[in-house]
Design a protein around this ligand. Structure first.
Ligand code: ZN
Length: 154
């Protein structure tokens, strides 16, 4: 099987195929929220019919709700034309315009570039309410060390 990586940030594994700006992209769990999910891949695609788990992601980074306002205000304050900002972060002007008018949500990667370029904060850490630490602990627990396995074979 070919190793697919997220078309947006390059991470693996790819979790979904999304529609973003009219383009079909493969996206990881983080980036899939940036567009419209066309098809969601579950791990190994075995559990196709199974309902999604209540909280697939324990904690993640999300773009703040008023990103459009923050970007627009920072850009206007700095008196930088939208086209210039777009060029500096290597994105299309129309895309950035869509972001500033709240029509489009920037991906974390784009938000990060805008944060740097404009000196603002656009990304916040989001902790899922359903005990992320417990989920993490469970995951850790389910992976026994070699030592554990040897011990168990006594
Ligand atoms: Zn991604």
């Amino acid at each position: 099987m070919a190793e697919l990586s997220c078309d947006i940030c390059g991470r693996t594994p790819v979790r979904a195929q999304i529609l973003l700006e009219g383009a079909k992209l493969l996206a990881c769990a983080r980036c899939m929220k940036s567009g419209k999910i066309i098809h969601r891949f579950d791990e190994g695609e075995q559990a196709k019919e199974a309902p999604p788990p209540p909280s697939p992601m324990a904690a993640s980074e999300e773009v703040v709700e008023d990103y459009a306002k923050r970007i627009r205000e920072a850009r206007q304050k700095a008196k930088i034309p939208i086209a210039v900002v777009a060029e500096r972060i290597s994105e299309k002007e129309s895309y950035l315009h869509g972001i500033e008018t709240s029509r489009l949500t920037p991906t974390i990667e784009v938000a990060r570039k805008l944060e740097k370029e404009l000196g603002i904060t656009l990304i916040e850490k989001v902790e899922a309410s359903s005990a992320p630490s417990a989920a993490a602990a469970k995951k850790k627990f389910s992976a026994p060390t070699l030592g554990d396995m040897l011990e168990g074979g006594k």
